[in-house]
Design a binder for this molecule. Sequence first.
Ligand code: HEM
Length: 457
Amino acid sequence: MTKSYAEVPEIFPPENIGPSGQVASYLAQMAIQHGPLFRWLMRRDPNNPVELLFMVGPEANRFVLHTHREHFSHDRGWTPIVGEWMGHGLLNMDPPEWTLHRRMMNPAFTSAYLAAYLPLMHRVIEERTRDWGERGEVDLYSEAREITFDIAATALAGFKTGAEVDHLRGLFYTLIKGPNLQEESWEHFLERRVQIIAELDGMLLPLIAQRREQLRREGTTGQIRDVLGMIVEARDEQGQAFSEEQVLAHVKILLVAGHETTTTLSTWTLYLLAMHPEYRDRVMAEIDAVDGGGAEPLSFEAIRSLRVLENVVKEAGRLYSPVLSVPRGVLKDFEFAGYHVPAGVQVRLSLAACHRLPHVFRNPDVFDPERFEPPREEDKRTPYALVTFGGGPRVCIGMGFAQEEIKALVAHVLRRYRLEVVDPSEVIHSDWLVAYLPGGCRVRVIPIDSRTWQVPA
Ligand code: HEM
């Protein structure tokens, strides 16, 4: 017999669970103890406690992301989190609007486009990492943020790197990070936020107007453009273009979704390679085999062929998922795992906790990229087990873009530098929804000989 929602197990987290990097393992433990559904009363704001229904495991992933996705709203899940100021982009839209917009935007993320973005990625990576050797020590996390934002702003919106993009990154960062309540009241931040949003829109709207004007002058050229060009050019079946408000929201969401997550994952990938020299050497041997002498940046095909590196990136994403949980508002009642769940409930589908289930991934807390190699292939053995980029029709539209960017960055860095983590205990994966590294990730940078790939004696 189906049990009522009130009978869904309720969990009471210990005091010390919080920004400690242990959230995913803790939620996985809860799923082992209580099953794939449990309720959690979040008392972060004592005046406004929020009850969340956590769902964990491959079956829950398949149910929410694929088979029963029409029961769940992205809008009611994501919009309260990203904020109304962002407007509605792909991430927080529901069908039928989403279906049309996704169809119009998919072409900007096909292989032909990804190959066209690569020279720009190489240029940004080269410029931003050139002085690492002289500096001797860098914080990988803040460096990665600069690199990924430059790439997102240029490839997605057509900005030129430099002071303007640095300023734009600062505006987004302030909005996403929120106030430091020790230095500023919430009310003051809200006032400041209005000004920042106006400034942000003031930078993006002229860019959109320019593109419309360019399109009017030149017509559809069929040439590869940046993503903004594609969005401005896109037409639905009735020949209707996106409105200005819609284009603005898409650009904002792409800029945010396209850089915070990639920042985290590239930091963790470089960290893990620094901590596991045996894998770093395997990746370097693989790069050596395709790099044609080492002077030129790797081609798109060469980057795609790096399987050992690909598995390291997959393993970094499994252990340290940039998106820990995806939020959904329940639109229609459903039954799952023997329980009835009514409309109106707020769900958190915990991708990161699924990655830590021992019956899905052997020794889940251990860094072991070989788990993805045949014959183990733990990600393929269970459908919807590895969901770093989500899954089903709403799988991350930027997945190929992010993988290409991270592989290009890692290959570039490994060919020039040896990295040593200054203090691994500072490097923490934190938060509940979208991860960040509160302590950064400081590394010592030692230039290596470009021919032998060894540290000079
Ligand atoms: C390591 C990097 C990234 C990770 C881990 C990541 C993760 C995810 C996840 C888990 C989802 C599904 C969200 C849900 O189901 O609610 C998603 C969706 C999305 N991502 Fe990414 N993402 C990354 C990079 C990017 C990049 C580079 C872009 C843009 C260029 C991007 C744009 C989006 C958009 C627009 C969606 C919504 C797609 C839709 O609903 O149709 N992401 N991402």
